[in-house]
Design a protein around this ligand. Structure first.
Ligand code: C2E
Ligand code: CA
Ligand code: CA
Length: 709
């Protein structure tokens, strides 16, 4: 409450209150002092007057006493006191202190002075006394006549209370307006001084409040007022300048800090190359979305994918091109997604797409299909026109129990299926994939032991020339595992390639084929060529050539007895490396066959740039030639092309008499297939040769062989 009043009064009110109070106090004390002084002077003068009057009247009475004192005369004389308002009583005593006459003012009320002990003791002394102050009265006793021998005594009692009161009243009447005037004048002067001194201070205070509310430290106060206030204004201004500078500095630092935080956030959560969210960010988001989907009982999906043969693109075209491809690809794929879907780069060429709120797996499939369609167009980067594709694995959250690790693992498994099924495809995770994945891992782990335990063996499939002779054999690897039984090469070769185990298998296969060469030659009794399959991964292992060389030396064999088969896609994936490898091999006298020709690439322009001997035309053209005119014309075109390029043509998958006859009629140089012989172990090779020749002769029992040789 009191603090409230303090606040309400403010500095202005307080100043005025204090100054008015102190002036009033001063005036009052001056007034009191003067009142006291006035009373003292008044009393003194009344005492003097009373003494003089009493002496005068006593002198007057002496004449009356000198004659025979007559009471009437005495009374008359005493009536002199009537003129004096405040003389209440006068008593005349004779020399023996007998009261002989008295005067009592008619208006005087009975007084109690006679009972006052001081008065009584004075009177009891029976002696004159000067003016004496008793209670509200002045009493005086003068001798009449010679003080040594007085004839009588005159006592006068003067009322003192009333005159003092009157005098005080008079004084107050004159002094109060004066005091009020002084108060007024001093208040006005204080007010004026206050305005002069304090207004700038109050303005300054208002200014500081403005600064506080607006937080605008660029504000400046125009200096005014007397010295101290002026200095204070200047000090506040310079303080504000300093604060403003500090503030600006702070703001700049804050801005930098915010920028740093933002860039740190980007660094921590986004991939610098593609600008996409990174693994850390997408994993956090996925975790949140999974728990929210689980709570809301909705489903969602993820895509896990990487770029098919990305490593080869990097090797062939350089890492800068690879980086640009990642960038382009992420933009194309982003364009295929819905607004809330998230595309993230996990690292390398691994990507993850989070598709929230996706109740139907078919929608995920549609989106995956759109991505694959969009990627069909080649991407132009620098001088390259890159044909690329991705293999997508799709997994649904509900089917993965909303568990992030299971979900990603399922998508990963689905992706490996999509890769195995052929590049540029998608697969939705199915629980049975898990068992297949387990088998893949099992196969991968069994390979080293299989090599150690000699579980692999080779079979040979004859190649029959258009003239009917067995001109060579393709060595094909076989694996009989005690645990898993027969594992076809189409299953374990890709697993070995992906698991980095193909090098050891190829080395084993090469050594065994070279070792078998002697026996094969012995069976055939004329020079034949054994074809071996090598994978694109083998081209990257430098020890392959060493293994080859030492095996040839060990078994005293000539490299000219070997032909290397590499698939068209493998060759093109590692174009430069393959070119270098095969030109070295060819220089030594070996020959090269391009396997599965026609399945991989639409452009044939590269054929001018590679040095091969044989085109092995894929089985699908042979089989389909009888079903589709289109395939038949492609087969014819390939055979013509082979001829024009001066290459040897070999058709695979010749299963029927019809196939064989048709191919020979079309000018195919050599044929390979079940029609002539299954791939057989070395022990059955002689029999396979015989049956191949027999099969050939069956062809031309009725038909005359056209001369293409
Ligand atoms: P490929 O090089 O195209 O081998 C020809 C495949 O066709 C062989 O399958 C062979 O048995 C099969 N084949 C032969 N004639 C016919 C026929 O008339 N009809 C049908 N339907 N198939 C026929 P295989 O032995 O299962 O080998 C599959 C693939 O595994 C091979 O295809 C080759 O790519 C790979 N492979 C086999 N052995 C090796 C090897 O030692 N090293 C490497 N790197 N790959 C090998
Ligand atoms: Ca082959
Ligand atoms: Ca083939």
């Amino acid at each position: 409450m009191s603090s409230g009043i303090h606040e309400k009064l403010g500095i202005r009110g307080k100043f005025l209150l204090i100054s008015t109070l102190s002036i009033a106090l001063c005036a009052l004390s001056v007034f009191m002092v003067s009142l006291k002084e006035h009373e003292a002077i008044y009393i003194k003068s009344v005492e003097n007057n009373l003494e003089a009057l009493t002496t005068n009247v006593a002198d007057d009475l002496l004449f009356t006493f000198s004659e025979d004192p007559d009471n009437f005369v005495l009374k008359n004389k005493l009536l002199t006191f009537e003129r004096y308002d405040h003389i209440l009583y006068a008593y005349v005593y004779d020399a023996n202190w007998n009261l002989i006459e008295r005067y009592i003012k008619p208006s005087a009320r009975p007084t109690r002075i006679v009972h006052d002990p001081r008065y009584q003791s004075l009177i009891a002394h029976k002696k004159p006394f000067p003016v004496t102050h008793i209670n509200d009265f002045l009493v005086c006793m003068e001798p009449i006549g010679n003080p040594e021998f007085p004839v009588g005594y005159l006592e006068v009692i003067h009322d003192f209370k009333q005159p003092i009161a009157d005098s005080r009243h008079d004084l107050l009447i004159t002094a109060i307006p004066l005091v009020l005037l002084i108060l007024l004048i001093s208040s006005i002067i204080s007010w004026y001084m206050f305005r002069r001194i304090l207004t700038p201070l109050i303005r300054l205070s208002a200014f500081t409040r403005q600064v506080k509310h607006t937080r605008d430290y660029t504000l400046q106060h125009s200096p005014e007022g007397v010295n101290e206030v002026l200095h204070l204004s200047q000090d506040i201004n310079s303080m504000l300048e300093t604060i403003n500078q500090e503030n600006q500095l702070n703001q700049e630092q804050n801005k930098k800090l915010r920028q740093q935080q933002a860039s740190m956030f980007r660094l921590a959560n986004y991939d610098h190359l593609t600008g996409l969210p990174n693994r850390r960010y997408v994993m956090e988001t996925l975790e949140q979305q999974l728990s929210s989907a689980q709570k809301r009982h909705t489903d969602m999906a993820i895509f896990f994918f990487n770029i098919d043969s990305f490593k080869d693109i990097n090797d062939l075209m350089g890492h800068a091109t690879g980086d640009q491809l990642l960038h382009h690809l992420s933009r194309i794929i982003s364009g295929c997604l819905r607004r809330d879907d998230i595309l993230a780069r996990l690292g390398g060429d691994d990507f993850l797409v989070v598709l929230p709120d996706l109740p139907d797996p078919d929608i995920a499939k549609q989106i995956a299909q759109t991505i694959l369609e969009q990627l069909k167009a080649p991407i132009a980067i620098e001088q390259w026109e890159i044909h690329t594709s991705v293999s997508i694995g799709i997994a649904m959250a509900k089917a993965s129990g909303f568990d992030i690790d299971t979900l990603i693992s399922n998508a990963d498994i689905a992706m490996s299926y999509s890769k195995a099924a052929g590049k540029g495809s998608y697969r939705l995770f199915k629980p049975k994939m898990l068992s297949l994945k387990r088998r893949t891992l099992q196969i991968m782990n069994l390979i080293p032991m299989a090599l150690e335990n000699n579980e692999f063996f080779l079979v040979y499939q004859p190649k029959v020339s258009r003239q009917g002779g067995v001109i060579g054999f393709e060595a094909l690897i076989r694996w009989n595992n005690p645990e898993l039984g027969f594992i076809p090469p189409s299953e374990f070769i890709p697993i070995a390639e992906n698991g980095g185990k193909i090098g050891e298998i190829t080395s084993w296969m090469l050594c065994r084929a070279i070792q078998d060469l002697e026996q094969i030659q012995a069976i055939c009794s004329y020079p034949v060529v054994v074809s071996v399959n090598i994978s694109s991964k083998d081209l990257m292992t430098p020890q392959l050539e060493n293994v080859l060389q030492s095996a040839l030396e060990e078994h005293h064999q000539d490299i000219t007895r070997l032909q290397f088969e590499i698939t068209e896609s493998s060759y093109l994936e590692k174009f430069d490396v393959a070119n270098q490898f095969f030109s070295r091999i060819k220089a030594l006298g070996s020959s090269i066959a391009l396997d599965d020709f026609g399945t991989g690439y639409s452009s044939l322009s590269y054929l001018n740039r590679i040095d091969i001997d044989t085109l092995k035309i894929d089985r699908q053209f042979v089989v389909n030639s009888f079903n589709s005119d289109k395939d038949a014309s492609v087969l014819n075109a390939i055979l013509d092309l082979t001829k024009q390029l001066g290459l040897h043509s070999c058709c695979e998958g010749v299963e029927t008499e019809e196939h064989a006859r048709y191919l020979i009629e079309r000018g195919c140089d050599s044929l390979q297939g079940y029609y002539f012989s299954q791939p057989v172990p070395l022990a059955d090779l002689a029999q396979a040769i015989r049956s191949s020749v027999q099969q050939y002769h069956r062809l031309f029992d009725q038909v005359r062989l056209p001369d293409h040789a």
